[in-house]
Ligand binder design. Structure first.
Ligand code: ADP
Length: 722
């Protein structure tokens, strides 16, 4: 091989080696760069990890810090809680599910008065044992074993009512045990000593107040008696005096004495009733009574006052309503008298109307009765409406008062109605009028009316003549309900204009402006019509001597109870038939009055002058029983307070003799000035048939005689007919 070739080969080899070297160097360089990059990445990762470790360490330290703070707080809270529990006056203890005490506060432990065994770990059973052994609780009449059993039963029951225990040191605790979900039981012993003591003081104070109230009631009862007895003489005597011949001046004096006496009695009665309601002493005395009659009696009572003022009083009693109910007629009459009296008092012109409607309740044996008293008077302003039902409240101020009164009437009425289970309300507009209303639910007594009676066949068209619209409307409604057609006229002239052959009956008012009822009757007959005419009058006595009286088929007092109207209409015969007038019996009623007071005897005998009554007196209970046996009276008025044998004893004696000898029962009416004495008004329980308050009134006495004797009834009917 030539040198040149060799050299060339060597150069080639060198070149190849150099290229290889270059390549290896490049590779090494690349590897170096990669290594460098990796090393950088690694160091970055290390840095991040380091940072994370630092963060975690910090967080760890924070958590540790927080934990220690929380632990401190828990410890503080626990300390405070326990401190508080220890500080409270009430006992507190916790028991585990096995009944072993876990902890208890000082108040709890104090009860055990330092007994060593009473400390955490003691069981409930042991505690009960210690309680009974050491006499820590007053267990009353129970035996220790029974008491422990009772307490264990409570302990084991899932929920038990608190129990009140009296401790040895006079402290009262209310023990409350509450079982938790894990079985632990928390016990609280609340110290209620103050409450118990307070209750005891209150109870004593209440007893004292009740005793004082009873004393007040008794005082009022006695005072009433003391005032009423002389007032009896004053009012009764002035009533008699005014019946004698007096000159004008004397009459004025007598009337003034009487009115003042009566006003004083009204005030006394109001105050007494009110205090009786206040003392919850007022009892209702339900009995069967005729509601319609009761309303008419009140209306009759107020008729003179209304007539003096030119006011019309009207009653609209629902025709479909029964009349007999079971209720307290006396108290209902009192409410009606108050409402109607106010209506008349506060009405200067127009009318006062009592409406009465009834709705059956439940099975129909009871009725919800609505009664309203509407007037066209001065009215009551809206802001005063609630006020006037309060005590001593009157709308007019004292200086300007035109109207008398105590301001107690409505307060009493409202409470009486509430006592009957009803409600009272008022609708009113100043200058237009007022409507006072109430409702009560009462059992129907006696039979329900089968149906409303019908007019006789011949009466189909009835002419109603009245100048007062409300009267026309009521009467027209009644006629319609009775099955006839009403034709209305507001005056005599109008009546004559509409009267024709089709009219079968004329019902006319008496007092009308222009042509009055009697003149209308004359004018009808002058026309040759024989149509029956019925006159309704508020002053029936005035028709007696009028020659036109012969034209009338009947005269009825206004307002007219419906049975009287129906009765008359049923009797009205066709024009040319005879009318049968009722004949009054002439019998005399024998009445015995037991009364110890000479003035009262005189008043009573003068009062009954002119009545068909053979009156005898007894001066005490013994005499009353004797005279009853010899006289056999039809009725006895029995004074309650008499020396020796009083009225109650005499009545018992009479009833006893009657029962022994099976004699007929003599009606006995109690007469008393007492109003709120305990049970004194419950006369029926001693066998009396009724009650009249002193001072006795002629009307009340005659009413009682009429109620119990035929002669009295006949006399009353004669008087009513004028
Ligand atoms: P009083 O004895 O004063 O009549 P009441 O309690 O019966 O007492 O009535 C209270 C007041 O209510 C009356 O003084 C009167 O101002 C007012 N009042 C009652 N009824 C009526 C009425 N029908 N119209 C107008 N005001 C009335």
């Amino acid at each position: 091989m030539s040198l040149a070739t060799k050299l060339a080969e060597e150069r080639r080899a060198r070149l190849a080696a150099e290229r290889l070297l270059e390549q290896k160097q490049a590779e090494l360089h690349a590897a170096n760069r990669k290594l460098g990059r990796h090393a950088r990445a690694l160091s970055e990762e290390i840095n991040e990890t380091r940072a994370e470790v630092a963060t975690v360490r910090n967080e760890n330290q924070q958590v540790k810090l927080d934990l220690s703070v929380a632990t401190q707080k828990v410890a503080i809270a626990e300390r405070r809680l326990w401190h508080s529990i220890r500080a409270i006056r009430d006992g507190f203890a916790v028991f585990d599910a096995d009944g072993d005490m876990i902890a208890a506060n000082d108040a709890w432990l104090q009860v055990f008065d330092g007994l060593e065994d009473v400390q955490p770990g003691v069981s409930y059973v042991q505690l009960l044992q210690l309680v009974t052994e050491e006499g820590i609780v007053d267990i009353g009449d129970a035996t220790p074993a029974d008491w422990r059993r009772m307490m264990m039963d409570r302990w084991e029951s899932p929920s038990s009512d608190p129990v009140v225990l009296r401790l040895w040191n006079g402290v009262f605790v209310r023990l409350i045990a509450q079982r938790g979900r894990d079985g632990d039981i928390v016990c609280l012993a609340l110290n209620i000593t103050d409450t118990v003591r307070h209750e005891r003081i209150l109870r004593r104070a209440r007893q004292k107040a009740e005793a004082a109230n009873r004393a007040k009631s008794a005082f009022l009862a006695n005072m009433s008696h003391e005032i009423r007895t002389p007032m009896n003489g004053v009012v009764g005597m002035t009533e008699l005096l005014s019946d004698t011949d007096l000159n004008e001046e004397q009459r004025l004096y007598v009337d003034t004495i009487r009115h003042s006496g009566e006003a004083l009695l009204v005030i006394i009665n109001d105050v007494l009733d009110y205090s009786k309601i206040e003392a919850e002493k007022l009892e209702l005395h339900p009995e069967p009574f005729d509601l319609e009659r009761c309303i008419h009696e009140v209306v009759m009572l107020l008729q003179p006052a209304a007539r003096d003022k030119g006011l019309e009083l009207a009653v609209d009693y629902d025709l479909f309503m029964p009349t007999t109910y079971t209720g307290d007629p006396g108290r209902l009459r009192q409410v009606l008298t108050n409402l109607l009296g106010n209506a008349v008092k506060f009405t200067l012109t127009g009318h006062v109307l009592i409406r009465c409607v009834g709705l059956p309740v439940g099975d129909g044996t009871q009725q919800r009765i609505h009664i309203t008293v509407e007037d066209t008077g001065i009215g009551i302003a809206g802001d005063k409406k609630d006020l006037i039902f309060g005590e001593f409240q009157q709308v007019e101020d004292d200086h300007k008062r035109k109207f008398e009164g105590t301001g107690l009437g409505l307060a009493i009425s409202k409470r009486l109605i509430a006592l009957m289970g009803g409600e009272m309300w008022l609708d009113s507009e100043v200058g237009v009028g007022s409507a006072f209303g109430f409702h009560v639910t009462l059992p129907v007594a006696g039979d329900l009316p089968d149906e409303v009676p019908h007019l006789r066949h011949g009466l189909r068209r009835v002419l109603v003549v009245d100048d007062i619209e409300v009267n026309r409307t009521i009467l027209a409604k009644q006629i319609e309900t009775l099955g006839a057609t009403p034709v209305v006229a507001a005056s005599g002239a109008e009546a004559l204009a509409v009267l024709d052959d089709r009219v079968d009956l004329v019902i006319t008012d008496h007092n009308m402006p222009g042509m009055d009822g009697m003149e209308l009757a004359d004018a009808i007959r002058d026309r040759g019509s024989e149509v029956p005419i019925v006159l309704l009058s508020s002053s029936s006595g005035m028709t007696e001597n009028d020659p036109a009286r012969r034209h009338l088929a009947g005269v009825l007092q206004r307002p007219t109870p419906r049975h009287e109207l129906f009765g008359l209409l049923a009797r009205i015969a066709p024009p040319n038939q005879d009318k049968n007038a009722p004949s009054a019996p002439n019998a005399v009623a024998t009445v015995l009055a037991a009364e110890d007071n000479a003035t009262n005897r005189l008043v009573l005998s003068k009062m009954l002058r002119g009545a068909p009554i053979d009156l005898h007196f007894a001066e005490n209970g013994h005499e009353a029983v004797e005279k009853w046996q010899s006289l056999r009276p039809d009725l006895i008025f029995m004074d309650i307070s008499m020396p020796g044998m009083d009225g109650t004893e005499a009545t018992r004696e009479i009833r006893r003799i009657e029962a022994e000898g099976s004699r007929p029962r003599t009606p006995i009416i109690a007469v008393t000035a007492h109003v709120i004495e305990d049970g004194s008004d419950d006369f029926t329980s001693v066998g009396m048939d009724g009650y009249i308050a002193k001072p006795m009134r002629r009307a009340a006495v005659l009413e009682a005689v009429a109620q119990h004797t035929p002669a009295g009834r006949a006399f009353q009917a004669e008087r009513a007919a004028g």
